[in-house]
Design a protein around this ligand. Structure first.
Ligand code: FAD
Ligand code: DLZ
Ligand code: SF4
Length: 512
């Protein structure tokens, strides 16, 4: 084992050469530590493709650091000495290298951040935890931004971020005369809409070895490793970004909310796993999209919509997470308590939209935003599923999932479990919405126009029942007043039939 003065710990989602923990790493006196450990691979049962992506990307990153001249200790999952915890690997590395300090970058989950706060005591050496400056708003800046605001809304945060980073501005004004082109981003899918063919990266020896390892060690986790297309280096992620900017971004805006059977990606960028793991930097992605508009290669509704997701939503949810935790994870505003239906693990259901969204998830460890929000998320909220079970599912099954981004999106945005911290109203919708924005209903056993009876779309009765059973908590929300007025005007016999049908649906969730 090499001797070193300082250990620089790099976590699996910190694969950026500009990482703050590496800023002053010295090839002679520093030792970079990276470790594949069961603690991180099993705190939820991550999808096999998520683990394989991360382990392969970690191994490639370690190779790149070695090529740059750094001393790297890379501990593989099947190393017989592996203690299978980050703390254990730090302890072992400190003892063997003789180092007397640890440097790392703040991590993305409260559970690990809590543990890290205790490391100095446990390890008996100074542990410096540096800010993660890959994000465009520090946690402290977010805390200052939100201070004194009665209501938090992403839109105002986003405008401040546009000004602060001077993105899509003309002087102090937004290009195109408005900040937000969301209203132009809601086109239903045109008949025959098909997304472009995506890049599939060739698997090298490193990736093949990881796939074999994951196949053997994580057999009980969701998914299969067939067709593993992920980029596992920054160069490969850059190829995907380039394809997105050149060929896909121009249509991103129009079809951002569309859903099409058999088209898991449509015009989405598929870069979330790469940004979240550090293979792409958010500011670079934003500048590339911005340049596409300034150079006339993509329309403003697409470029603004895309930038809003990264400069706005992504930074905003992170700020919410770190300023609301740890209490946030336990919130359950609507007192939902049903267990997660089996279909979330198997995709075995006759509801075509759920089968599609969950099927994509099992196959690709991916489904796009509207599927996550308006299909699987919406269904879980309408059916009153226990938020903790739903959040664990989202954290496990998506290759881009880390709690800092997953939790506010699931608990706050999809389930309204935080009672309105994230969203001004629940994103509740009936089958009518899914019918308008997708082509799923045509091939479904259920009918989106029916609310009761054996062929009725389960979303419909659940939608009204959800509003009815939560009247006390939601009835005064001005953004729901039209829907409550419609419900109140409904014939009491019809209301009763809907309530009864909803009970039947809720009793048979596992056989829908
Ligand atoms: P695109 O649609 O192409 O969007 C571009 C980028 O914008 C994304 O890559 C992502 O970095 C960012 N972005 C878009 N929407 C959001 C958002 N709401 N919050 C944060 N960043 C956003 N995203 C995650 O990265 N990890 C998660 O664990 C995650 N869990 C989610 C759970 C639920 C219930 C919902 C409704 C959304 C969740 N999202 C999560 C947000 C969003 O669905 C994904 O970022 C997006 O689907 C990733 O696909 P893409 O790269 O093709 O995104
Ligand atoms: C998600 C993940 C997995 C599956 N495995 C590892 C690992 O073996 N070693 C590691 O350093 N990181 C891993 N990660 C990412 C961490 O879970 C992530 O850094 C924390 O959740 C904080 O965001
Ligand atoms: Fe989904 Fe209902 Fe449409 Fe079937 S009818 S696809 S369950 S929205």
């Amino acid at each position: 084992m090499v001797k070193a003065q300082r250990i620089h710990l790099v976590l699996g989602d910190q694969l950026s050469h500009s990482l703050s923990a590496l800023a002053d790493a010295d090839p002679k006196t520093s030792l970079v530590l990276m470790a594949e450990v069961m603690d991180e691979a099993t705190y939820v049962k991550h999808h096999k493709k998520k683990i394989a992506f991360l382990f392969s990307a970690m191994r490639h990153f370690a190779e790149e650091l070695r090529e740059k001249g750094f001393q790297v200790r890379y501990v593989r999952l099947d190393d017989p000495q592996n203690t299978q915890s980050l703390k254990g690997e730090l302890t072992r590395t400190l003892a063997e290298s003789g180092a007397s300090a640890v440097i790392t970058t703040e991590c993305g989950e409260w559970r690990l951040a809590e543990e890290m706060r205790g490391w100095e005591t446990v390890l008996g050496v100074p542990v410096e935890i540096r800010e993660d400056d890959r994000f465009l708003c520090s946690i402290e800046d977010f805390r200052t931004w939100r201070k004194g605001r009665k209501q938090l809304r992403m839109e105002y945060f986003y405008r401040d971020m546009r000004r602060r980073h001077r993105v899509l501005l003309e002087g102090e004004e937004p290009v195109g005369g408005k900040w937000n082109f969301d209203a132009e981003n809601r086109k239903p899918p045109a008949a025959g809409l098909k997304g472009p063919k995506r890049i599939s990266h060739k698997k090298d020896q490193i990736t093949k070895a990881v796939l074999a390892l994951v196949d053997e060690r994580f057999a009980g986790h969701m998914g299969s490793l067939d067709r593993f297309d992920f980029a596992v280096t920054a160069d490969q992620a850059e190829m995907e970004l380039q394809q997105f900017i050149d060929e896909i971004l121009p249509n991103f805006g129009d079809y951002q909310d569309a859903m099409v059977k058999g088209e898991p990606y449509l015009y989405h960028s598929l870069i979330s796993s790469y940004i979240n793991a550090g293979l792409l930097l958010p500011i670079d992605v934003i500048r590339r999209a911005e340049a596409a508009w300034f150079e006339g290669r993509a329309p403003l509704n697409a470029v603004e919509g895309f930038i809003r997701q990264i400069l706005g939503w992504r930074e905003y949810v992170r700020g919410i997470y770190w300023t609301e935790m740890p209490d946030y994870a336990g919130l359950n505003h609507l007192s939902a308590s049903r267990p997660l239906p089996q279909m979330y693990w198997t995709a075995k259901t006759e509801m075509a939209c759920m089968r599609g969204a969950i099927g994509d998830t099992i196959e690709h460890a991916y489904s796009h935003h509207i599927q996550r929000l308006m299909v699987t998320g919406n269904f879980a909220m309408l059916a009153g599923i226990d938020p903790a079970a739903v959040c664990d599912w989202y954290l496990a099954v998506y290759s881009d999932a880390y709690e800092w981004v997953e939790l506010p999106n699931t608990l706050g945005m999809a389930l309204y479990g935080d009672g309105g911290v994230m969203a001004s109203k629940p994103y509740a919708a009936s089958g009518k919405y899914i019918d308008r924005m997708s082509n799923f209903c045509g091939g479904c056993r259920y009918d989106p126009k029916l609310t009761t009876g054996p062929k009725a779309c389960p979303f419909n009765a659940l939608y009204w029942d959800f509003l009815d059973r939560n009247t006390e908590k939601l009835g005064r929300n001005p953004r729901l007043s039209n829907m409550y007025a419609t419900w109140r005007r409904m014939d009491p016999f019809k209301q009763d039939a809907i309530r009864k049908h909803a009970v039947r649906v809720l009793e048979t969730l596992d056989t829908l």
